[in-house]
Design a protein around this ligand. Structure first.
Ligand code: HEM
Length: 149
């Protein structure tokens, strides 16, 4: 049976505040690294090289949490450096260099997520969660065993 991953529905029948609460709760969960997340991070090498098992994740794994923080930082850098470029009227300076570097880093994150969402069979199911707001309960139990929806 599918489970809802995000209780966000913005429409006439549902006040915007509900969506805001769900987003706020997700952001708080994403911004907090617990001891299990730190274990997830330090075991990346052994998982990739020796096929060690993945420590159980909650609703988000540590990689997703780090990605969230990076995306927030990169969008902040892009916004600030973009506005500064408009105000300064030139892009021949270091700040615009930051704009380009942040763009390259963001492209790396997007490319790796396209791989996970479209190509990698182990993670492809999560695309359904992004498109429909729901994922299979069995899949969630396997990939996010500490998640209690
Ligand atoms: C996801 C967010 C963004 C991405 C990926 C992005 C990416 C880029 C790229 C690739 C360029 C061209 C770099 C080059 O010429 O070598 C550029 C130029 C520029 N961006 Fe952004 N940008 C983003 C957001 C913003 C924002 C929020 C602003 C301002 C509010 C902004 C303002 C500018 C300006 C002013 C230029 C220079 C245009 C010119 O005079 O040629 N960007 N951006």
């Amino acid at each position: 049976m599918p489970i809802r991953v995000q209780r966000l529905r913005i429409g006439a029948s549902r006040p915007l505040a509900h969506g805001g609460c769900a987003l706020g709760r997700s952001a708080r969960q994403l911004a907090r690294l617990d001891a299990r997340d730190r274990e997830w991070l330090v075991t990346i090498r052994s998982r990739l090289l020796d096929g060690a098992p993945e420590p159980p994740a909650g609703r988000f794994n540590a990689g997703q949490k780090i990605n969230f923080v990076l995306v927030c930082i990169l969008l902040g850098v892009l916004y600030i450096s973009g506005v500064e470029t408009i105000v300064a009227g030139t892009h021949h300076n270091l700040i615009f260099g930051g704009h380009k570097l942040a763009t390259i880093a963001a492209c790396g994150l997007v490319a790796s997520h396209l791989y996970m969402a479209v190509l990698n069979p182990a993670t492809r199911h999560s695309l359904r969660g992004m498109l429909t707001g729901k994922v299979d309960r069995a899949w969630a139990r396997e990939h996010y065993p500490r998640w209690e929806p």
